[in-house]
Design a protein around this ligand. Structure first.
Ligand code: ZN
Length: 322
């Protein structure tokens, strides 16, 4: 009998507490909505002033319209929708970060060059490059990836992160410190298997001895090399992410990142060997390797990860806020 009374009391307590639970949730939702309105209705994030490198004009677009052009320029539309959504959130975060921390461009927030800011392509140009059979489906998918993630971006300690991304990690991402010298606490080395199935995974650069000498001279005027010497070109050290840390070329020692730039390699994850009169670089992955891997995101999406799961895979201790 006592037990029944106790159960009734517990039941009554639960029934009475339900309205309070819901009231609290509702209250929290309302307050976070206010924060969103503040950041996106602020003209700094509501309208993007995009600098076009081709004709030096500035175009004003609202954030999502701008992001249709970024996502469709940066990631193949054939990728999984959740991968495209992750790309949309990362691109939105990257844009907010750039505006918040000062643009490189006068009178514009960001430009359309991927080597400087983020790639961007107009709808017209994008549609023309897709085959007709997929054109509308692909565009609708891009629009959906941006609209479904409307206003969502990534923060660390309450601040938008510097959301780096690249094409293909080659299986292992890179630390920011190995590329630019600074450490970002939300970026760690992350491994993804399955990226070898993508065309960006492996590539080669073959140079004649003369071509190598010319390229080295363009960057190092006192460069000298004796190809008769034992191992005139030799990788001396790899870093934690298996990329080249240091390589000796003749009388010079270069970092892997420098060698990538000098020889136009797709990444600093490479091996090198002499083949007759040629020097062959075999390269794994595409891009600096820092942050989100696009091929990796597609692999994760195929394995059931949603966009939040993909982002949390590549960026640690972060929040995705709305
Ligand atoms: Zn730029």
């Amino acid at each position: 009998m006592k037990k029944i009374i106790i159960y009734i009391i517990i039941f009554m307590l639960l029934v009475f507490s339900i309205p309070f639970i819901f009231t609290n949730v509702k209250f929290e939702e309302t307050s976070s909505e206010n924060v969103i309105e503040n950041i996106f209705d602020d003209s700094a994030y509501g309208t993007i002033r995009l600098f076009h490198n081709s004709d030096s004009t500035i175009e004003e677009l609202n954030m999502n319209e701008y992001l249709y052009g970024v996502v469709s320029a940066e990631m193949p539309a054939s990728y999984e929708l959740e991968a495209l959504k992750a790309q949309a959130i990362v691109a939105r975060t990257y844009t907010i970060y750039k505006i918040k921390n000062g643009s490189k461009h006068q009178n514009a927030d960001i430009c359309d060059n991927s080597n400087c800011c983020q790639a961007w392509i107009s709808k017209e140009n994008r549609m023309a490059r897709w085959d007709e059979a997929h054109r509308q489906e692909y565009w609708d998918k891009i629009v959906k990836s941006v609209n479904d993630t409307n206003r969502r971006y990534i923060t660390y300690n309450g601040e938008p992160i510097n959301a780096f991304f690249h094409s293909n990690s080659g299986g292992k991402t890179e630390l920011a410190v190995n590329v630019w010298g600074g450490d970002l606490p939300y970026l760690k080395i992350v491994e993804t298997s399955g990226e070898e199935a993508y065309s960006a995974y492996s590539s080669e650069v073959v140079l004649s001895k003369d071509e190598l000498i010319v390229k080295m001279h363009e960057n190092y005027s006192d460069f000298d090399i004796d190809f008769k010497e034992n191992e005139p070109i030799k990788i001396l050290e790899f870093n934690e992410s298996s990329r080249v840390k240091k390589i000796k070329i003749g009388n010079k020692e270069l970092s892997g990142v420098e060698a990538r730039k000098v020889f136009g390699l797709r990444s600093s994850n490479f091996s090198v060997k002499m083949e007759g009169d040629n020097i062959k670089f075999s390269v794994i992955g595409y891009g600096h390797g820092v942050g989100l891997s696009q091929s990796g995101s597609d692999v994760l999406a195929k394995n059931g990860y949603d966009c939040d799961g993909i982002i949390k895979y590549y960026f640690k201790d972060i929040e995705i806020i709305e």
